[in-house]
Design a binder for this molecule. Structure first.
Ligand SMILES: CCCCCCCCCCCCCCCCCCC/C=C/C(=O)SCCNC(=O)CCNC(=O)[C@H](O)C(C)(C)COP(=O)(O)OP(=O)(O)OC[C@H]1O[C@@H](n2cnc3c(N)ncnc32)[C@H](O)[C@@H]1OP(=O)(O)O
Ligand SMILES: Cc1cc2nc3c(=O)[nH]c(=O)nc-3n(C[C@H](O)[C@H](O)[C@H](O)COP(=O)(O)OP(=O)(O)OC[C@H]3O[C@@H](n4cnc5c(N)ncnc54)[C@H](O)[C@@H]3O)c2cc1C
Length: 629
């Protein structure tokens, strides 16, 4: 099937999703019970899955229809089938061998098998090697014995596990031939396919309410010596033969591949949430007037306050910059994965390092930005109906799941310090770390020159990485490795973030230089890029003085430059957010509709409060009078 471009997919979605018979009629879910919300979101998630199946979409198209923009409409409280689609299916496709794929995939696609990805345990999430669920192979019965030694080793968090999935890819410590072999994936039936009851030896349930995403249906799972056939260990990478002998994978961390994919998907997807928040804040900032009337007799639009411009406009620029760089990461991931499937794992370490830092940088930037945008809407941004709280809850979840951000940045830092110290295989052509082995780019800083800013961002990354690599090296001479590493943690995280920022701006510089459709578009991209760069400098002035070659006078000039750029961008704010092409029903916000009819919508949503049904609610008599207040 020919892959449709983004806006064709939007048109397609316009007709297929917004008008789908089971999806087009939405209900407000705020006043539903936990169970009602789950039922509503699950039935819509199922309709969506059927649609994907009927349309025969490829992975790029699925990523677009599963994007937060669309899933906020289909499953506003979290998609109970998200982990099935984003992790379980890709794990089978990439980690099951050909026989296993043909054995299971038919049932997955006809909906008989619904799965989850069960890795995290109550006491271990970050430190995957520390997981304690065991899978012990018995050559006599040719089965694995899956066991949870105690409650702290219960699987805890997997999405869809609570009450939705009947299978799980379980990550467990493999023992064979009496030897520990590390973490491996197992396909395990957890509920009966017909009755949906837990199978013998399985304890399973839902973990309870969270900050947001309450119908992701996160669950817990314990095994009491559950027997799993040998053929259910996913065997594309490592193998256990019938006699219990073990064949190692081609790459030590091959079984972590699903995590790399999901990190890339999260980085790409979180920008969607930022686009929605930016559109809401931009539209509201035009509609909202407050303050001393001006010469025209009208109170000012809040966007004309300089402070409001700083709260809103840099995040619109970030939408463009982060969208382009994460899209390029997605393409890069597709390329490296096909190399890895062909047996060449040379590009995997750098892909892992890049995916880690971009997932962390994007989710951190987007959640901070969404919170700033929420505050930019004043009191009304605090209302659920603005949609901003849910967008924040979504983006901030991304900072924790699929690798807590600090931990992921430390993975990137580990790669960077090895590169800086020359103790890693040299980077391939086109690598994102070649700058570490070259002299610093000494392009002089000049306000107004994007190339000069990019060079300064590069000097910050280079300075941060080389400095912490040297400190680590020195500490290693005097203390054990773990202590030396711990002495530098804060600086290592800062170095990885600086590297991530350099990656993002270099990618966007390339996108701008390759853009050839029109002069006006080129100029607009340049303006957005300039805002992003000036804002990046203003957020980390100390770094740009310490490592970037900027003087205090450059810093002062940059502050003024940023404010001038914001004023220049202000008239384009609405076209730039309209260009995200988000229909009102997908935005689903009282503050962010296209027509700007904010106050009527706010009243309309208040009418849904069950406390407004009767003039005097029954609770007044039941609670207040009875307590004789
Ligand atoms: C067909 C269908 C297609 C569907 C397409 C859909 C697209 C959808 C788009 C939109 C959807 C958006 C998504 C929204 C919903 C998502 C729901 C998310 C649900 C969340 C799920 C989870 O959270 S699952 C659990 C995730 N857990 C973690 O991430 C744990 C984090 N910890 C780790 O990863 C590891 O423990 C570690 C990396 C921190 C350390 O591992 P370990 O202790 O084993 O490492 P060592 O110290 O022994 O070794 C380090 C060594 O290994 C290298 N390395 C580590 N990881 C990798 C890797 N993944 N790949 C390659 N190499 C790796 C590391 O670099 C070191 O190398 P050295 O050379 O030794 O330095
Ligand atoms: C909404 C949601 C959905 C999820 N879905 C799934 C799922 O489908 N499947 C699944 O298996 N899991 C899932 N998870 C679990 C998730 O992957 C983990 O919560 C995550 O990896 C973080 O691990 P942790 O909870 O152990 O945090 P911890 O590692 O305990 O983090 C606590 C603190 O310790 C710090 N810390 C820990 N280790 C280090 C270190 N080495 N160096 C420095 N600091 C450190 C962290 O930075 C953090 O500040 C989900 C989680 C959430 C919130």
């Amino acid at each position: 099937m020919v892959s449709r471009n983004r806006s064709q997919v939007k048109d397609h979605l316009g007709s297929k999703v917004l008008n789908h018979p089971e999806l087009r009629n939405t209900k407000a879910t705020e006043y539903m019970s936990h169970e009602e919300k789950y039922r509503y979101n699950l039935s819509r998630a199922t309709a969506m899955l059927k649609l994907i199946d009927e349309e025969g979409m490829d992975v790029n198209e699925i990523s677009k229809v599963m994007s937060h923009t669309v899933s906020g409409f289909t499953t506003p409280d979290g998609n109970p089938l998200a982990v099935h689609q984003v992790m379980f299916v890709p794990t089978l496709m990439n980690q099951a061998d050909d026989d296993q794929v043909s054995r299971w995939l038919g049932d997955v696609f006809n909906g008989t098998i619904v799965g989850t990805y069960a890795q995290t345990e109550l006491s271990h999430g970050t430190f995957v090697r520390g997981l304690r669920t065991t899978a012990t192979y018995d050559p006599a019965s040719r089965t694995f014995d899956l066991h949870t030694p105690d409650v702290s080793a219960a699987k805890w968090w997997p999405g869809g596990l609570g009450t939705t999935a009947n299978h799980a890819v379980v990550m467990a410590q493999l023992y064979t031939d009496g030897q520990p072999r590390g973490i491996h994936p197992f396909m395990v039936a957890i509920r009966d396919r017909e009755t949906h009851r837990p199978l013998p030896g399985i304890t399973v349930g839902e973990i309870g309410p969270k900050l947001g995403q309450n119908t992701l249906n996160n669950g817990y799972l314990l095994f009491d010596h559950v027997k799993v056939p040998r053929e259910n260990m996913l065997m594309r990478n490592a193998r256990v033969n019938e006699d219990g002998s073990y064949t190692k994978p081609s790459h030590q961390k091959a079984s972590y591949g699903t995590m790399v994919f999901t990190r890339v998907a999260i980085a790409l997807d979180t920008v969607d949430a930022l686009q929605i928040a930016a559109t809401i804040a931009a539209r509201y900032s035009i509609v909202r007037r407050q303050g001393e009337p001006r010469d025209d007799g009208q109170e000012p639009q809040i966007i004309d306050y300089q402070t409001q411009q700083l709260k809103v406009l840099p995040h619109i620029a970030a939408c463009y910059v982060l969208r382009a760089s994460t899209a390029r990461l997605w393409e890069h991931h597709t390329h490296v994965t096909s190399e890895v499937r062909g047996g060449d794992t040379a590009l995997l370490p750098e892909l892992h390092a890049t995916a880690c830092c971009l997932k962390a940088l994007v989710t951190q930037d987007c959640s901070e930005a969404i919170e700033a945008l929420r505050l930019s809407c004043g009191g009304h941004g605090y209302m659920t109906a603005s949609r901003l709280p849910a967008l924040y809850a979504y983006a901030t979840a991304g900072a924790t799941y699929e690798g807590e951000n600090t931990v992921l940045l430390l993975q990137t830092a580990r790669y960077l310090v090895k590169q800086a110290g020359g103790s890693h295989a040299p980077p391939a052509a086109g690598s994102a770390v070649t700058y570490l082995s070259r002299p610093a780019d000494d392009t002089p800083f000049a306000v107004g020159s994007p190339a000069a800013y990019v060079a300064a961002v590069g000097r910050v990354a280079r300075g941060r990485v080389t400095e912490v690599a040297a400190a680590l090296q020195a500490d290693r001479q005097t203390m054990p490795e773990a202590d030396a590493w711990n002495q530098s943690l804060v600086q290592l995280v800062a170095a990885a973030l600086a590297h991530g920022r350099y990656f993002v701006v270099r990618e966007f510089a390339e996108v701008v230089s390759q853009q050839s459709s029109s002069r006006a578009i080129q100029q607009m991209l340049q303006l957005l890029f300039s805002v992003y760069l000036a804002h990046a400098v203003s957020r980390a002035e100390g770094d740009f003085i310490t490592y970037g070659g900027l003087t205090p006078s450059d810093i002062r000039l940059n502050r003024r430059h940023l404010l001038r750029l914001l004023a220049e961008l202000r008239p384009h704010m609405i076209p730039l957010t309209d260009a995200f092409d988000l229909p009102d029903r997908l935005i689903n916000s009282t503050l962010g509709a296209w027509d700007g009819d904010v106050y009527r919508r706010m009243f309309e949503q208040a009418s849904h409060s069950p406390l407004n049904t009767d003039e005097v609610p029954a609770s007044f008599h039941q609670a207040m009078l009875r307590s004789k207040l």
